[in-house]
Design a protein around this ligand. Structure first.
Ligand SMILES: [Zn+2]
Ligand SMILES: [Zn+2]
Length: 394
């Protein structure tokens, strides 16, 4: 990297002072695309920092709406934002701070609703989360597509900042204890996700803790974008009560469930979730693997239909089980408990091969596993990239 210092006119260039930093490259910052998962206390602070630095494209992901209790820790939200989706208010706040920054607000559940290709096509991923489930999801997604991510956590006056990088030191799941797994499993003990449970167990935090941790997170992301050295698998621990700040290193777990990389990923520029059918993707899979018996596989169960044993009513569903609420099992005709018809594999014998991928709950820019015997290929719906990763300025 060259250390050319570009000095601009402070009257006309808002990034003037950054030019004095030897390694700073505003062009790199301007061209960067950063995914921020979570628009709560940490997310607000990270987004504010990214906007001030002139990060060119920011994708904000969150599924929550604003309540008054958020206002004490969220610099981008206003009282008038009550009830608004966090991503929308945050996007508006970012645009108001810096018109150079282009934003996309994505309202959804990161665990099940975002295609993995999104993670592959951004330059940095920052997790601003308050729960283990979403961290675990991001960690596995990042491993799958071989991308580093920056995690931040706050509680009262304590904070942790960590960079996780597949193959370089411990990952987030390596750090989980038996108790962590117990807490995660507790929430998933019912097969149909009661998503409202994820919102429980609110962590007490302060805007100061959020500022401190988010500042470090943003800096780590900035280093990643510039190709500067980071310390993956280590944690920066900050205790604001005693002012102890130290780093600690986690051991790598030998049989960590997260250590799975999708390879090879095959980019399909013509394929999209809405425009490609199940049958068409299966044909591509068979061509790629050179085997007419190849199948498509999903990591989560797809509920094809619900059957009622009491009134024999049937309903086509085509939604992943993890995205259904418990009340979906109740029969609308007789109130009985319906049974789910599940699948996670497309073999070519399905009666619904002409349905689009989107209509069977496959998100845009997804990566889908094609398999035959021990051979695998990961098919990316790359045709969605341009429309999904589209950012808007003020
Ligand atoms: Zn691990
Ligand atoms: Zn019924």
């Amino acid at each position: 990297m060259t250390d050319t210092i570009v000095i601009t006119d402070p009257d006309t260039d808002r990034y003037h002072t950054f030019g004095y930093i030897s390694w700073w490259q505003q062009e790199v910052v301007r061209n960067a695309t950063v995914l921020v998962v979570g628009a709560g206390a940490l997310g607000n602070e990270v987004l504010k920092n990214l906007a001030l630095m002139g990060i060119g494209n920011i994708l904000i992901a969150d599924f929550d709406t604003i309540e008054d209790a958020n206002l004490s820790r969220s610099v981008l939200f206003r009282e008038s934002d009550r009830g608004r989706r966090k991503v929308d208010a945050a996007a508006a706040g970012v645009r108001a701070l810096n018109k150079d920054v282009k934003v996309k607000a994505w309202h959804g559940d990161i665990n099940y609703e975002m295609g993995l290709g999104v993670f592959r096509h951004v330059d940095a991923i920052i997790g601003c989360l308050d729960n283990r489930e979403a961290r675990l999801s991001i960690n596995r997604f990042c491993w799958a597509v071989d991308k580093p991510w920056v995690d931040g956590a706050i509680q009262e006056l304590m904070g942790i900042v960590r960079v996780f990088w597949p193959g370089r030191g411990a990952c987030y799941e390596c750090t989980l204890t038996d108790l962590d797994y117990q807490l995660i499993n507790l929430r998933y003990s019912c097969p149909l996700l009661a998503r409202q449970n994820l919102l429980q167990g609110k962590v007490p935090t302060t805007p100061t803790s959020a500022s401190i941790v988010a500042a470090f997170q943003t800096q780590e992301a900035l280093k990643l974008i510039h190709g500067l050295e980071v310390q993956p698998g280590k944690a920066l621990m900050i205790n604001g009560l005693t002012n102890d700040v130290y780093t600690t290193e986690y051991p790598v777990k030998e049989f960590c469930m997260s250590h799975a990389t999708m390879s090879p990923i095959v980019a399909l520029p013509q394929a999209t979730a809405a425009g490609t059918t199940v049958g068409e993707l299966l044909a591509i899979a068979r061509q790629q693997l050179n085997d007419d018996e190849a199948v498509l596989e999903f990591d989560s169960e797809l509920v094809v239909a619900m059957h009622c044993p009491d009134c024999e009513g049937q309903e086509a569903i085509f939604r992943r089980m993890a995205r259904l609420y418990d009340d979906a099992a109740t029969c609308p005709n007789c109130g009985g408990r319906r049974e789910m018809e599940l699948t996670h594999r497309i073999t070519g014998r399905e009666a619904w091969l002409d349905k689009s991928l989107a209509s069977i709950d496959v998100p845009a820019l997804s990566i889908i596993r094609a398999r035959t015997g021990r051979e695998r290929a990961y098919l990316e719906l790359t045709g969605d990239k341009e429309s999904f990763l589209q950012f808007e300025s003020r």
